[in-house]
Design a binder for this molecule. Structure first.
Ligand code: CA
Length: 240
């Protein structure tokens, strides 16, 4: 069955551009031009993915995102935020409120479709992941990196890489969330704990060490991507 995408966007031109291209790519499309109606549609139709504009009349995209994340029906529906450039802070907020990814306007359709597919793939993987703990793969693999949960060991192209515990947890978190941007605050909370009084620079320093140890050099093949002003993400094959 065709996947359904709900577009919550007030600009008619963008609505139509999105509808045309999404339908061309085999998606079913529903459109809403404001936040309140968007939430209603999301709750009743439960789409497979939501494209959510940040700047909406009435209640804005962040508020919509927060509400959708709190509702049982839409808690797990991937949300891709559409933002205008130079809204770094909003991006961070959006991600912390539970958006899965964001894309800045103007965007290329090709990139948008790739992001949609990646978000849907991630949710599919998460769902098939709900198997008993004992049956989960104990070794996580991506781009020549192997992470052994049980032995706390990392190998790159078969060779052992010695990481500290925090470095190990940081790399594991990034690889597990493959393709998803993780904010510095999120990483601090998850890895260092809520009561950690340090600053987000700690994350940057650890990332630098991890990169050195796994030989992750800057350039087109870099695995850990820096999202300026926001955080980091691990890029798997073919996502670039
Ligand atoms: Ca708008």
């Amino acid at each position: 069955m065709n996947k359904k995408i709900l577009i919550i966007e007030d600009e008619v031109n963008i609505q139509e551009l999105l509808r045309y291209n999404l339908e061309k790519n085999g998606y079913m499309v529903a459109i809403s031009d404001n936040g309140i109606d968007g939430i209603q549609k999301a709750l009743t139709e439960v789409p497979d993915l939501i494209l959510l504009d940040l700047m909406l009349p009435g209640i804005d995209g962040l508020e919509v995102c927060k509400k959708l994340r709190r509702s049982k029906q839409t808690k797990k529906v991937p949300i891709l935020m559409l933002t205008a450039k130079s809204e770094e802070l909003d991006k961070v907020l959006g991600l912390e409120l539970g958006a899965d990814d964001y894309i800045t306007k103007p965007f290329s359709i090709k990139e948008l479709i790739a992001r949609i597919r990646a978000a849907m793939r991630r949710i599919g993987e998460e769902n098939t992941d709900e198997i008993p703990e004992g049956e989960k793969p104990k070794i996580l693999k991506a781009r020549g990196i192997e992470i052994d949960h049980e032995k706390y060991e990392v190998r790159k192209n078969g060779e052992k890489v010695v990481l500290t515990l925090k470095e190990f947890e940081l790399l594991k978190m990034l690889v597990e969330n493959n393709g998803k941007v993780l904010t510095r605050d999120f990483l601090l909370d998850k890895i260092w704990g809520y009561d950690y009084a340090g600053e987000t620079r700690t994350v940057d320093v650890h990332i630098r060490h991890v990169r050195q140890k796994i030989n992750d050099e800057e350039g087109s093949s870099q695995m850990i991507e820096t999202i300026r002003g926001v955080g980091y993400r691990f890029i798997s094959e073919g996502e670039r």
